[in-house]
Design a binder for this molecule. Structure first.
Ligand SMILES: Cc1cc2nc3c(=O)[nH]c(=O)nc-3n(C[C@H](O)[C@H](O)[C@H](O)COP(=O)(O)OP(=O)(O)OC[C@H]3O[C@@H](n4cnc5c(N)ncnc54)[C@H](O)[C@@H]3O)c2cc1C
Length: 341
């Protein structure tokens, strides 16, 4: 007898759980509150310009092992653009283009020597940068857990120039948090995943199409072809629990009581709404920071690279989408709070 599983939430996490479970014989019922799949990573048609826009640019990296397994499973790997080797082009204040790229040597020398050629910072600073990367495997997680990224960089003698031209852009991009608030442990863990796991882990991967076409549509087809069912506009409002077992899943549409497992693939703030009395989960003290994406339509496009990192600019990244540019500002709470003027 096949086991039945309810998956709550149709973002990346819910779709990947549903796809994996349906591929190994579970009967999956996915419940998504909104009328579309994708959660915080989706695309939509902008009627004014007749252009498909992502809600926000998403990059993946080779080290996203499970995400890539999911995309491969649903046949969406072909919708991704893989870099041949790590290459990030930075633009300095004077519009000078400064590449940071892996050079033709064996891993990890290709990355380490690539860093030595990163001309956005002085040679002395490149050596200091290199020193941090050489120490990367040996950092103690325990000590870092008490530090911010900024404290850690100061301790590693990284000066203002290298913070501005390298660390801030990387850390804000990875953590969406100002380096004076962001956790050094989390950042170093991410650096280890990216830089200590071979060439592929450090490659940047971009979706070729809008996010919905890139992974939501293939995931939906895959789940349905494997006997799963997806209900949109179906918000879970209550979980009826007896002792430690979920007996009913109540949605705005219907009550489900015939299942073996329930997977919650919704963010903690959405889960808190289901357990509004606070009885089931401890509310950790978490705060959020925003990412602002600005889409600029183009008549002509003079840019040749897929994306650029900006040094010393309030805009952190520019993604070149051919018909338009996507400007990304991470940790954008201050801007979001400003009035529209
Ligand atoms: C603008 C932007 C840019 C980003 N860029 C990157 C990037 O470059 N690289 C990267 O790795 N990450 C990036 N992220 C983060 C990434 O998008 C998220 O980590 C990821 O999409 C989260 O997926 P999820 O499935 O965990 O949650 P979500 O995407 O939030 O999905 C949860 C789903 O559950 C549904 N739901 C909520 N409550 C209920 C309920 N009660 N009943 C039923 N359904 C419910 C929601 O409608 C939603 O569809 C970015 C995020 C944003 C917003």
């Amino acid at each position: 007898m096949k086991k039945k599983c309810i998956v709550i939430g149709g973002g990346f996490a819910g779709l990947s759980s549903a796809a994996f479970l349906s591929s190994i014989g579970y009967i999956v019922q996915l419940l998504e509150a909104s009328p579309k799949l994708g959660g915080r990573a989706y695309s939509f048609l902008d009627n004014k310009t007749n252009t498909v826009l992502d809600n926000g640019q998403h990059i993946l990296m080779g080290c996203y092992k499970e995400t890539l397994n999911f995309l491969k499973l649903i046949g969406a790997e072909k919708n991704l653009l893989f870099q041949d080797k790590l290459e990030i082009n930075f633009i300095k204040e004077n519009y000078q283009l400064v590449p940071l790229k892996s050079i033709p040597l064996f891993y990890p020398l290709n990355l380490l020597f690539g860093m030595l050629l990163f001309k956005a910072v002085s040679f002395a600073n490149r050596l200091k940068l290199l020193k941090v990367f050489l120490k990367l495997p040996f950092y103690s997680t325990k000590r870092l857990s008490r530090m911010t990224v900024y404290d850690w960089l100061v301790k590693e003698k990284q000066d203002e120039q290298v913070m501005e031209a390298f660390w801030k852009i990387l850390a804000i991009g990875a953590l969406n948090t100002n380096i004076k608030n962001a956790s050094a442990k989390m950042f170093v863990d991410i650096l280890k995943e990216i830089f200590l796991n071979g060439n592929f882990a450090a490659k940047i991967i971009l979706p070729k199409y809008g996010l919905s076409k890139t992974y939501c549509e293939p995931a939906k087809s895959f789940i349905e072809q494997n006997g799963g069912n997806i209900n949109l506009s179906s918000q879970v409002t209550e979980l009826v629990i007896n002792d430690t077992k979920i007996e009913k899943v109540v949605t705005t549409e219907k009550v489900y009581d015939d299942f073996d497992y329930v997977i919650s693939a919704i963010p903690h703030f959405a889960l808190e709404k289901i357990f509004a009395d606070g009885s089931i989960i401890d509310n950790p003290e978490l705060s959020y920071s925003s990412i602002l994406n600005i889409h600029i339509g183009l008549r002509e496009n003079p840019l040749t690279k897929n994306f650029y990192g900006l040094i010393g600019s309030p805009v952190h990244w520019i993604f070149n989408k051919g018909t338009h540019l996507n400007l990304v500002i991470s940790d954008a709470d201050d801007l979001i709070k400003k009035d529209d003027e």
